[in-house]
Every structure is written in C-alpha cells, then in structure tokens.
Design a protein around this ligand. Structure first.
Ligand SMILES: [Zn+2]
Length: 275
C-alpha cells in the first residue's frame, strides 16, 4: 500500500461527473494554448509539456514520437494479453505537470498521475520515464473498456484491478511484490480489507488517500489472484463475457464456473482471512 501513498495513482473517472470540468479545462486550450498535435495509427496525441526546443533528442517532436511509440506498443500488448482492440482512435492529452495539478487536483482526494474520462489525460514529464510508460499502459485499459462497452459502468475493482494488473504485467512483473503482500497482510490483521461490494463504485476518486491505496492494491490483488488460480486466458474470457453479457455474475459463471461470491471467498482465503 505504501507504494500508492508515496506515488501518484492513476484512475478512471466516471465521465458523467467529469464532462463539465473537462470541457471548461480543454475549452481554455490548456497551458499556453499551444497543444501540439501528432497522430499515430491508433492514437491522437496532444501535448503541452514545457519543452524548450522542438528538434533534437530533448525536443518536443522526439518526445511526442516516443510517447506514440510506447502507446502503439501498449496497444499491441493489450491485444495479445487481454484481446482488447479499441477500434476508434484514442485521444491522449499529456499536460504540463503544474497545469495538470492546478486544473484537476480537485477531482480527487489523492494525487493522480493521470486519469481517463473520455480521453486519456496524463500528468506530463519532460522525458518518457518508466513512470510515464506505466501510466500510459494503465489508462489504455480504461480507454479500451470504454471503447468496447461505452455505456457499461464497470465496478472499480474490475476497471482498476485489470488496469493495475496490465500495467504491472507490461513491466514484466508477475504476482504481488513482498511490500504489496505485507500491506495486504497488515490490512487483514487490522480487519481493514474491503469487500468487493465496497469496491464496486465506478471509481475510487472519492476515497481518502490511505483508503484509495488499499482499494487499488486490493483490486489488483484480486485480479492477480484470478490469474494465478485460473490463468490469463480465463481473465480474457471473463472480461469479454462482462462486456457481452453486461453481467458480472453471468461472466463469473461462464469464465470461472462459480459465482462472484465464491471467487471472493477464495481470494480472502488466499490472504489468510478466516471466515
Ligand atoms: Zn485507473
């Protein structure tokens, strides 16, 4: 959980809540009104990071090209790992960090590194860092679910859990780190674990920082548990059954041949919870 308290988290924002705020933010044309636009096959990138030059290795053109290359790589990985292939072009805004904070901090009770609300919004950095790449992978999952099932409100444990899992998997991580396992063990000892029902709002944006940290971690841990216990292919089947049937229960029975409640019981048992 420390990871989430220390670092910025990335999230999904229910677009209905966001529309007025975003419309006014983007209507003002961002930082200095000079969003650079660049397209790749699946993405349209707008970036407003305060870079001094346009050419050269530290210039904005190189930065934009690198971000788009990473996004296209993430798109291919999303297809091969999760069989998600959003058809429509995805818009990605990379904001100057200060302007991002000034405009969007009020949306969350915790610091956010990026969010998805009809388009991907990233708190920019001046270089393509590992952190930036992680956020791009994470937000792409939200964008893909939204593209595949536009009016389907997924529970945050699924939307954030799959995004966290994909982000970690893209970085070559399989399974929870020792620190993450310890944080969960602490939550179990303190009786602080959330139920899936607690994590079923469309987003965690109203959660206080510490609770949000645990909520993200637990959502990731639940998806990781499903993968460890049943394999990656069943997760693909679960996701596509949710999108098709719009029912978590039907999807759980189809992919895992059990109901959500018994999957949750198995997860809690795996954490040593005695019920
Ligand atoms: Zn997210």
């Amino acid at each position: 959980m420390n990871r989430f308290v220390r670092h910025w988290v990335h999230c999904f924002v229910a677009s209905l809540i966001l529309v007025p705020t975003l419309a006014s933010a983007i209507g003002n044309a961002g930082a200095d009104g000079r969003f650079e636009r660049r397209d790749s096959f699946h993405f349209t990138l707008f970036q407003d990071v305060d870079l001094d030059e346009s050419g050269g290795l530290r210039g904005s053109r190189h930065f934009e090209q690198q971000v788009l290359n990473r996004l296209e790589g993430a798109y291919d990985l999303l297809d091969s790992l999760l069989s998600l292939r959003p058809e429509r072009k995805i818009e990605v805004y990379v904001w100057d960090a200060q302007i991002f904070d000034a405009r969007f901090a009020g949306l969350f009770r915790f610091p956010a590194a990026g969010f998805y609300g009809g388009a991907i919004h990233i708190r920019g950095e001046e270089q393509v860092t590992g952190r930036l790449v992680r956020v791009l992978h994470h937000e792409l999952v939200h964008a893909a679910f939204d593209a595949e099932a536009p009016r389907l409100s997924l529970p945050a444990w699924m939307n954030e859990g799959v995004a966290e899992w994909f982000e970690a998997r893209a970085m070559g991580k399989r399974g929870l780190s020792k620190g993450e396992q310890n944080a969960l063990a602490n939550a179990v000892r303190q009786g602080a674990l959330f139920s899936l029902a607690d994590l079923s709002a469309p987003s965690f944006q109203a959660f206080a920082p510490k609770a949000a940290g645990l909520a993200y971690l637990q959502s990731y841990a639940f998806i990781d548990y499903l993968v460890q216990a049943h394999g990656e292919r069943d997760l693909v089947q679960f996701n596509s059954a949710v999108i098709r049937s719009r029912s978590l229960e039907r999807a759980a029975r189809r992919a895992y041949r059990q109901d959500l409640e018994s999957l949750e019981r198995g997860f809690r048992r795996s954490l040593g919870v005695r019920s």
